[in-house]
Design a protein around this ligand. Structure first.
Ligand code: AMP
Ligand code: ZN
Length: 119
């Protein structure tokens, strides 16, 4: 656990979250400021700051985050498709420096904006 890390505190149960999945390595909860009708975060329980500081030893964990996305997306009603995003570093738009995979879809403001930009 890293001091003053909001996601470490969520993992530890010190800050509430709406959990949708948990195992020994991973916690998944809804984003508090959803950018789409469904928006959740897949978070390693162990504090890894970002993809920039991940090491080859984190490969299995990184694979697990991605592999969980379709299973949980289906369970959240996104069986026909969803988007994933990992913001990395200050210049990559990361605001919480505990690695997390955004999964979102089902319509909403980000969906509309991304669809418009990525034609
Ligand atoms: P990023 O900008 O990629 O670092 O994303 C951080 C995300 O964490 C944002 O989408 C926030 O809305 C979300 N977030 C921040 N605090 C909380 C919290 N207490 N519970 C759930 N999501 C949070
Ligand atoms: Zn942390």
């Amino acid at each position: 656990m890293s001091d003053n890390c909001i996601f470490c505190k969520i993992v530890a149960g010190q800050i509430p979250s709406t959990r949708i999945y948990e195992d020994d390595d991973v916690l998944v909860f809804h984003d508090i400021h959803p950018v789409a009708n469904v928006h959740f975060l897949i978070v390693p329980k162990r504090h890894v700051e970002s993809l920039l500081t991940a090491t080859p030893g984190d490969q299995v964990l990184l694979g697990k985050l991605l592999a969980l996305a379709p299973q949980l997306a289906r369970e959240q009603g996104l069986g026909e498709g969803f988007r994933t995003m990992i913001n990395t570093g200050v210049k990559g738009g990361q605001s919480v420096f505990h690695l997390h995979l955004h999964v979102f879809g089902g319509g909403g403001k980000a969906e509309a904006a991304i669809s418009q930009i990525m034609q």
